[in-house]
Design a binder for this molecule. Structure first.
Ligand code: HEM
Length: 379
């Protein structure tokens, strides 16, 4: 075998192994970059190390077969031609998609850090109703009252951030990037911006065509207790541990007085005030509510920082919502709260896994949905 060509094959194979192992072993933030660039780098390698030999065509052909197989494997990883979700879904159809969403979110959060909470909550409320299909973004029409006009969603914010990303993407790659994927990507970007874990999610969700106010009855109410929450999240395939980890999203943001005032008076037949509230914190909540139904109370001491302080507050009986405090009061979920309060890394790990799982809830693929041109209305 021609020495030069065998060296070329050897170099190419070592390149493939090292490049792919970087991909697997490093942080997933590198996935899109390294997968896409694997092929580019392979082509550069081909040009620099492997000029077409004058004599040994058999070796040259073998080299081409190896490279073709490599590209096919990469293609499978990219999800070429498939309707299914994949990490690199937009690598060829709209390579800047993730970057544009991330930059748009970062820009918005730099001027208003409170939007991180809003974007994460938006993703949750989207996925729990009709699956992660951007049904939350659809505007009501004269014939239909949409999800976003339900009382449970009236305090959702951040729609303009999604619109901004969508407008840029429609300019660049019209009809390619779904609103459902934008909401999901915006949520991961928001978690990271606020100091939470980085995690990558598969893309390829299609947008739904239905958004009905009635469906929002399936969003969890702040009056639910631990068993009811376990049951409700269980219906979506989550374990109690995943439910508690997801509730940790309340490390960001605020609740309005209307969401917790029932804890402060006429609580139940035997108690005027919810007995699970710490006496000092009761004063704080009452003071907030003196500002009216829309007065805001931070969930924890760091409303724009993603950390495990929320769980510390639950241990101090200073959870804002009844549904928060119940996680510490119930023996079923108390050990999980204690674990996350003690170990932030464990909370981050479980949170990112549970968010990834949530981002895949009842996803519409292929012809089961569409890519809306405008996130606020069906095509
Ligand atoms: C466990 C059941 C849950 C209940 C009962 C619940 C309920 C609520 C309520 C009542 C509010 C305050 C709304 C207001 O007063 O305007 C709120 C805010 C929030 N929720 Fe949840 N939630 C739950 C789970 C989740 C999950 C799973 C996530 C995300 C993964 C999430 C993310 C948020 C965020 C970030 C905020 C703050 C929003 C802001 O400041 O704009 N929640 N939630």
């Amino acid at each position: 075998m021609n020495l030069f060509s065998s060296k070329c094959i050897y170099k190419y194979i070592s390149f493939c192994i090292s490049d792919k192992s970087v991909n697997v072993s490093t942080h997933s933030s590198l996935n899109t970059f390294s997968d896409l660039h694997h092929i580019y780098l392979a082509l550069i390698m081909l040009k620099s190390f492997c000029p077409k030999p004058r004599h040994n065509m058999a070796t040259w052909n073998l080299f081409l077969v190896i490279m073709l197989m490599d590209i096919m494997v990469s293609g499978w990883r990219f999800g070429f031609g498939a309707d299914g979700l994949s990490m690199q879904y937009y690598s060829f159809s709209c390579p800047p998609a993730e970057g544009i969403v991330r930059d748009t979110v970062n820009k918005a959060l730099r001027s208003d850090p409170t939007l991180a909470a809003a974007l994460i909550r938006m993703h949750f409320h989207d996925c729990f109703i009709q699956g992660c299909d951007a049904s939350i973004l659809i505007d009501s029409t004269k014939d239909n009252v949409a999800e976003k006009d339900s009382p449970a969603n009236l305090s959702l914010r951040g729609y303009e951030v999604i619109d901004d990303a969508k407008e840029q993407l429609e300019q660049l790659c019209p009809g390619v990037v779904s609103c459902a994927d934008i909401v999901a990507m915006a949520s991961t970007a928001a978690v990271f911006f606020a100091g939470g874990p980085y995690y990558d999610i598969p893309k390829g969700r299609k947008d739904g065509r239905i958004s009905k106010i009635m469906d929002t009855i399936n969003l969890p109410a702040p009056s639910l207790n631990s068993s009811e929450l376990i049951k409700m999240f269980g219906q979506h395939g989550f374990t109690a541990q995943e439910m508690v980890a997801l509730s940790g999203a309340h490390t960001l943001g605020v609740a309005r007085c209307s969401s917790f005032k029932q804890r402060l008076s006429n609580f139940d037949s035997t108690h005027d005030v919810d007995p699970t509230i710490d006496a000092q914190f009761l004063k704080t909540l009452s003071k907030t509510c003196s500002g009216g139904d829309n007065a805001e109370q931070n969930f924890d001491s760091t409303r724009n920082t993603f950390d495990n302080d929320y769980f510390n507050q639950l241990q101090l009986k200073s959870g804002v919502l009844f549904s928060d405090q119940t996680l510490f009061m119930s023996p079923k979920t108390k050990p999980i709260v204690n674990g996350y309060a003690l170990n932030q890394a464990m909370f981050f790990m479980d949170f990112q896994q549970a968010m990834l799982k949530m981002s895949l809830l009842d996803v519409k693929e292929g012809s089961k949905g569409e890519v809306r041109a405008n996130c606020r209305k069906i095509n």
